[in-house]
Ligand binder design. Structure first.
Ligand code: TIU
Length: 229
């Protein structure tokens, strides 16, 4: 497949060697009462991308592509949360404190679940990541290498934090990466604009950008595969 209108130049990829990576579409960031709100953010901004993410996920599943979901999540004993992360700033609640959706950013808590509309299905990879990047302390690179993945399509939140960190980590590991710009969002619109622009600047220094409207017709042209669920 090729996305001819991708920036800064056409992006070519094969379904079998490409994974759709959905970063941290968990209640902590998208619903009131979670980590995003404790940091002082308006979480309603992020809800706007859910329909576009659902459309891409549905089309990707129908085509039989590999899906990777990530959650920013710490162990209950916080042994994987360095004080430098927990003690930063002056949030209303810190990581591990009990909030309206359970303990903030702790694995297994209600707030740590991926939103129902994008919930992982059987056969998909779902990883808990203690850092902002999906490749730090997760084993994701080894899992992707094992199944021959060379290209990654990114969606999720937030653009300039976990999405950008993950895409940069992936780029340094040799993946060709594309960010779906209408399927990612930030609490700070100006930061999203800047992050999207810097990814594809300098001849795709980090990777490519495109829209879901450019991707969906290419996926619709593929034969539907049997679904797991
Ligand atoms: N605060 C913020 O914008 N993001 C994060 O803390 N994590 C992710 O981006 N997932």
């Amino acid at each position: 497949m090729q996305l001819a209108e991708a920036q800064p130049f056409p992006f070519s990829f094969g379904l079998k060697s490409t994974a759709l990576v959905i970063i941290d579409m968990q209640r902590d960031f998208i619903e009131p009462g979670g980590f995003g709100e404790t940091l002082g953010n308006d979480v309603s901004l992020l809800q706007a991308i859910v329909p576009a993410c659902q459309a891409v996920l549905e089309a990707w599943r129908r085509a039989g592509g590999l899906v990777v979901h990530t959650r920013e999540a710490h162990k209950a004993d916080l042994s994987d949360c360095p004080p430098a992360k927990r003690n930063r700033g002056n949030p209303a609640l810190r990581i591990g404190d009990r909030g309206a959706m359970g303990r903030i950013l702790v694995a297994g808590e209600p707030g740590n679940q991926i939103i129902p509309g994008l919930a992982p299905q059987r056969g998909e990879i779902a990883i808990d990541k203690p850092g902002k990047g999906a490749f730090y302390a997760t084993g994701l690179h080894e899992q992707l290498q094992h199944v021959g993945i060379t290209h990654l399509l990114f969606m999720g939140v937030t653009t300039e934090v976990c999405v950008q960190t993950s895409m940069r980590e992936a780029n340094d590991r040799g993946y060709d990466c594309l960010l779906l710009e209408d399927c990612t969002e930030s609490y700070f619109p100006a930061f999203k604009t800047a992050a999207v622009a810097m990814m594809c600047a300098q001849g795709a220094i980090v990777g490519w950008t495109a829209t879901s409207a450019q991707l969906l017709p290419a996926l619709a042209a593929l034969p539907a595969q049997p679904q797991h669920c």
